[in-house]
Write a protein that binds this ligand. Structure first.
Ligand code: NAD
Length: 461
């Protein structure tokens, strides 16, 4: 009797409790070319609509997104351990921010006319065709929003692969859009790096990727054979510089929030702190107080500030870096300190290290965990040199007297620098990494235009 093997599924477990959250079917690799072929057929009709028609259709998803927000937020919290308050905030923003995000994309992609004495040129923004959007788990709703929406507004059909860690809320978000889009304009596939690599290699025209530097490099290698367009938003090792004239309470509050938020699993988390030696003791004491006062626990509890790491794998990366640093002479002042019992389950306590050196992996490699390594420096020049001593260049922050901090900020090589604040810019700013933190970027006029092929059409005047 012929036997049929059950279709493989991804079973998602709550990283704090191990409880099953749900499952999704894994997309067989050999099905992916057919998914791309369907996208290509759908894309022709989608691109034939005007920019405003596409935008209006997408805006129709607002009601579905609002209705699904509670469910998406709960799923995000259960899948990757984000505290429920933050997860719900992220899910609600997918609905409340939709109009603004679509409007920004439409403005960026509207035709523009350039003229000189002799020539009139129209700049036209055409879709590439079929786009693959591959996302990470750390902002499991915001990342799909930022990677998929501009591609759709531009007239591309999109094949979306959410992270294998957070496929359920990715699927839920996509279903809201699918409810208002023509068939196959947005499709979802599920799986891990194998499905991601197969999708990149399946003849798509654009890959929009947010994730780690290593995966970004793998995607670039795969895409090179087809010269596929890429937008890669990658990891970081963000520095915080605390100058001798900084408001120490403000700097420490920022350090605590930005090192430990989302259990340190934010691309622009503070991962290295350089503080002037004249204020280092007081600043460090404030950070230790902040770290030890944070409430860590069940993500479903409204008062929880830090949940678990998203997975055992993520915890093991953080613990390995911590243990190596402590073995090489770093002193642990709070959290997962040498000799203390490691936290149970997938939890890592907010940890503060001093006496770290630039050679330690905790100072070189992305940690993506709740760790604040603090280095004393004796000058701005030393702080800047150490902050720039990284292949990454995503965000950075400088705390100090405003003019002083602004001068220091000019010398940092990160794509986004905040002065007495985090690195996010005003509305319309790009979200951009320099060096190994990005290859292409999104957000704002310049980022959104990367989701389209610019074409010039010129005539004599
Ligand atoms: P990851 O690179 O391991 O995985 C990201 C996605 O890529 C997943 O969907 C995964 O299945 C897929 N993938 C894995 N191998 C692939 C391959 N060979 N080809 C195609 N796809 C493949 O990253 P992660 O652990 O999910 O996310 C954490 C990383 O994302 C961190 O480095 C973080 O800094 C980064 N990140 C960056 C930004 C930014 O804006 N720059 C934002 C969020 C997260």
């Amino acid at each position: 009797m012929p036997t049929t093997l059950p279709a493989p599924v991804l079973t998602i477990r709550n990283p704090a409790t191990g409880a099953v959250v749900g499952e999704v079917p894994v997309t067989p690799i050999d099905v992916i070319p057919a998914v791309v072929a369907r996208a290509r057929i759908a894309q022709a009709g989608w691109a034939a609509r005007t920019l405003d028609e596409r935008a209006a259709m997408l805006l129709g998803a607002k009601g579905a997104l609002a209705a699904a927000a509670e469910r998406m937020g709960t799923l995000a919290s259960q899948e990757m351990g984000k505290p429920i308050k933050e997860a719900l905030g992220e899910a609600k923003y997918a609905a409340s921010g939709l109009e603004e995000m679509v409007r920004e994309a439409v403005e960026a992609l509207r035709e523009e006319v350039l003229e000189d004495a002799n020539v009139t040129t129209r700049l036209v923004f055409d879709p590439f065709g079929v786009a693959a959007a591959i996302t990470p788990w750390n902002f499991p709703i915001l990342m799909p929003v930022q990677n998929v929406l501009p591609a759709l507004v531009a007239g591309n059909a999109v094949i979306f692969k959410p992270s294998e860690v957070s496929p359920l809320c990715g699927q839920a978000w996509a279903e809201c859009l699918q409810s208002v889009l023509p068939e196959d304009v947005l499709q979802v596939i599920h799986g891990d790096g194998k499905q991601g690599a197969a999708l990149v290699g399946a003849g798509v025209d654009l890959v929009v990727f947010t994730g780690s530097r290593a995966t970004g490099m793998a995607i670039m290698r795969e895409a090179a054979g087809h010269l596929t367009r890429l937008i890669l938003e990658l990891g970081g090792k963000d520095p915080l510089l605390v100058l001798e004239d900084a408001d120490l309470e403000a700097a420490a509050t920022f350090a605590v929030r930005n090192s430990f938020r989302n259990a340190g699993q934010v691309c622009v988390s503070t991962e290295r702190i350089f503080v002037h030696e004249s204020v280092a003791d007081r600043f460090t004491q404030l950070v230790v107080e902040g770290a030890t006062s944070m409430k860590q626990g069940d993500s479903a509890d409204e008062s929880t500030q830090i949940g678990p790491m998203s997975s055992a794998r993520q915890k093991s990366i953080v613990m390995r870096q911590l243990q190596e640093a402590i073995a090489a002479g770093a002193r642990c002042l709070a959290g997962e300190c040498d000799g203390g019992p490691a936290s149970a389950g997938n939890f890592v306590r907010p940890t503060v290290l001093v006496d770290v050196t630039p050679q330690m992996s905790i100072m070189r490699d992305e940690t993506f965990g709740p760790v604040a390594p603090i280095v004393r420096v004796n000058s701005d020049a030393q702080a800047v040199a150490m902050a720039n001593d990284t292949p990454y260049g995503l965000g950075a922050a400088v705390f100090g007297a405003p003019d002083h901090a602004a001068r220091v900020a000019e010398r940092l090589t990160a794509g986004m620098v905040g002065i007495n604040k985090g690195c996010g810019g005003a509305d319309g700013s790009p979200w951009v990494g320099s060096r190994h933190s990005g290859h292409g970027f999104h957000g704002g006029k310049y980022g959104t235009r990367q989701f389209a092929q610019v074409r010039t059409i010129s005539r004599s005047r």
